[in-house]
Design a binder for this molecule. Structure first.
Ligand code: ZN
Length: 341
């Protein structure tokens, strides 16, 4: 089989060759259909946070068209591509009131969507937010009367959520969460599945943890958006090398169906993600989180100027991304699902 692969150069770095080569190891099969045939879409590196300059391939399975990072990094390697501050919001350190209010404002979409899902599930019971980060979402849900707890890989994130919002957080993977079966009314997973080696295990675990009338809310970047068509590898939703699988909305729905869920509602726009995603795709160097993570040295005046330029881009992106979403090709998809009856 002729595919691209990686060769180590003498400096310890690596380069990608596109010539046909015989690969020593058997190619990793597609996680969805087990087909080993694939075509290379492009090579890319960590453009946003610059944790590495190693190139990666994004390949498409020739059997089922699922796109994924190839080859998949080891868990140890992947851990190094998450900067220490990744789990927190950009302004977690020195927040101004305005920045805090902005973060709360743009998170309202998620809060409203989840609140309605909770009402659909009967309105009372435990909410579990998987990949909860610093806990702001859970804090906002609690303000609306929904008792919640978080789950995150990161002990540091769990500590922040507890210290800032007194939100209880389990530090575990969902498959091994210390929670009894059928104990949750609502499980939310915002931008989690695309980061996982085995998203199926998370959805199966969610299925077990939910009550019979419980609801699952999932959000991912939608690779079937116009932005990916136009911007290609510069689209922020690909996020090499942290996104291991790049789902199209239809592929997420197939995965939900496979794991025993049926879709109740879909939403292709979120105020926090779609406009900022386009702004970051166009100008990754202005992204406040990326500047923070990369430790970019800025005078206060320069910081303000860059923040304002980025905010201007987000505002300009708002009508474009809203139109894209209205046409069913939004750059994210949020789904409410329930167990198949
Ligand atoms: Zn496949």
């Amino acid at each position: 089989m002729a595919i691209s692969h990686f060769t180590e150069d003498l400096n310890g770095g690596s380069e990608i060759t596109n010539e046909a080569k015989v690969i020593d190891m058997p190619p990793e099969p597609c996680p969805a259909c087990s087909d080993t045939r694939m075509r290379t879409l492009f090579s890319a590196t960590d453009r946003l946070y610059q944790t590495t300059n190693k190139p990666f391939l994004v390949v498409e399975c020739e059997g089922c068209r699922l796109m994924r990072l190839y080859p998949q990094p080891t868990p140890f390697e992947l851990n190094q591509y998450y900067p220490g501050d990744y789990w927190f919001s950009p302004s977690a350190d020195a927040t101004t009131r305005l920045a805090q209010q902005y973060r709360r404002l743009v998170l309202l979409d998620h809060v409203w969507f989840a609140s309605r899902a909770m009402e659909n599930a009967g309105g009372e019971g435990i909410l579990l937010d998987v990949g909860c980060g610093g806990g702001l979402f859970l804090d906002m849900m609690r303000e609306r009367g929904y008792a919640g707890m978080g789950l995150d890989f990161s002990l540091a994130a769990a500590a922040i959520a507890w210290q800032r919002f007194a939100v209880p957080v389990v530090c575990a993977t969902l498959s091994k969460a210390p929670l009894p079966e059928a104990s949750c009314k609502l499980i939310t997973m915002y931008h989690v599945l695309e980061h996982l080696f085995d998203p199926v295990s998370y959805l199966q675990a969610a299925h077990q943890l939910l009550t019979p009338d419980g609801r699952l809310v999932v959000q991912i970047p939608n690779a079937a958006c116009w932005q990916f068509l136009i911007l290609g590898k510069d689209w922020n939703g690909i996020d090499v090398p942290r996104h291991l699988i790049n789902f199209r909305a239809s592929e997420l729905e197939s995965l939900l169906d496979f794991t025993g869920f049926e879709v109740v509602r879909r939403k292709y726009f979120s105020l926090r993600d779609n406009p900022a995603g386009l702004a970051t795709s166009v100008a990754p160097g202005l992204d406040p989180m990326a500047r923070h993570v990369r430790g970019v040295q800025e005078t206060p005046g320069m910081k303000l100027l860059k923040d304002m330029a980025y905010f201007g881009l987000v505002l300009a992106a708002l009508p474009i991304t809203a139109f894209e979403a209205a046409c069913g090709a939004g750059s994210t998809i949020m789904i409410e699902a329930r167990k198949k009856q």
